[in-house]
Design a binder for this molecule. Structure first.
Ligand code: NAD
Length: 328
């Protein structure tokens, strides 16, 4: 069976890394890749050739890879959308959203540090003592926890908000403090996900975020509620009172942003506060992002391919969720 890998049109990542060859071979799959598909991620055509991938043109691949082509729905095809893989323990090794969120959380802190005109760790020098940077993280899911860990490693003092009770222990285990807003909606039936909060809760949360934001230097905003607009947590008033030179990195930008002024895919300055709106920071780490993305896909194929043929059994919960279009 041929598996075709085409060049991404919007991202620097590539779906299959050269190192995946031996695993594809064990599955009886014959990989074809569009010339230049891996270049932006640091994988040249030669690296694929050395791993026995067939290098071909886009049109050759589209006409040869008849069984699985990711992201193409205009033919009579089985289309698997990796972002529809369920967020369950069994599916963790195929969870592209987690892979990318983790990288984005890490990169968000580096971006924040880069735009901030100060340093993270406390430093005592003969010329004076430099206090540590204060980082506030909004939303302690996959990206938020990685941001906390990264900021702590760099020496910052970190605090975090989340509405899920389970997040408290995870935040504290990373050495950050957890800021609790009383009265969050019960999320026990949401399978680990956040649920939407009442306007009254959000108002109290915004007031507490404002109180803490005035003491913060960097805010990493990651708060999202699946399928809904991101909650507004950093208001115009908060920004007008924040210290000039502070930085906000808003990873929730593509779903509306946690900050009132966020513009998706833009960096702006308001009241001297730098506001970076970017939900796809993983793409700036496109080498490692491609490797993790590739591993997620291989793990999916190891489940969905038997004896060199595709077996998209909808009795399997992971396949049922991810199969967004089925061949007739
Ligand atoms: P997400 O990107 O949907 O949201 C990010 C975080 O924002 C979440 O922690 C959410 O609780 C929080 N949030 C929502 N509203 C908020 C508000 N008003 N204030 C502060 N925080 C708010 O989340 P995610 O990173 O995709 O993870 C969601 C959940 O799924 C987490 O519990 C995570 O551990 C779980 N998960 C499980 C698996 C697995 O078991 N395979 C994999 C990935 C994620």
């Amino acid at each position: 069976m041929v598996i075709g890998i085409v060049k991404e049109t919007q991202f620097k990542r590539v779906a299959i890394a050269p190192a995946a060859k031996s695993k594809l071979e064990k599955l009886g799959l014959n990989p074809w890749i569009e010339s230049g598909a891996g270049v932006t991620a640091g994988f040249t055509d030669l690296m694929y050739e050395e791993n026995q991938f067939n290098i071909a043109s886009r049109s050759e691949i589209l006409s040869s890879a008849e069984d699985v082509i990711f992201g193409l729905d205009k033919f009579d095809l089985n289309v698997v959308s990796m972002d529809m893989v369920p967020r369950t323990t069994l599916a963790q090794a195929m969870d592209v959203l987690s892979s990318m969120a983790s990288l984005a959380g890490y990169k968000a802190v580096l971006k924040g540090a880069d735009h901030y005109n100060n340093m993270f760790p406390m430093m005592m020098t003969a010329a004076g003592t430099i206090p540590p940077t204060k980082v506030m993280v909004l939303g302690a899911g996959v990206a938020g926890l990685q941001a906390i860990a990264t900021a702590k490693r760099l020496g910052a003092v970190v605090e975090a908000f989340d509405t899920r009770a389970a997040a408290k222990e995870e935040v504290m285990s990373l050495g950050a403090s957890f800021v609790e807003v009383e009265g969050a909606a019960d999320d026990r039936g949401a399978g680990g996900y956040a649920v939407q909060q009442s306007e009254e809760y959000l108002q109290r949360q915004r007031a507490l975020v404002q109180e803490r934001a005035l003491k913060s230097n960097i805010i990493i905003a990651t708060a999202q509620v699946r399928g809904k607009k991101a909650p507004l947590l950093v208001t115009e008033e908060t920004i007008s009172n924040m210290k000039p030179g502070s930085v906000i990195v808003d990873l929730a930008a593509s779903t509306g942003g946690n900050c009132a002024f966020t513009q998706n895919n833009a960096t702006i300055v308001r009241n001297g506060v730098v506001i970076i709106g970017n939900s796809d920071l993983a793409d700036e780490l496109c080498g490692v992002a491609s490797t993790l993305f590739s591993n997620n896909i291989i793990n999916f194929l190891q489940m969905a391919v038997q004896n060199g043929s595709l077996n998209l059994s909808e009795e399997n919960e992971i396949i049922r969720s991810a199969l967004i279009s089925k061949a007739h």
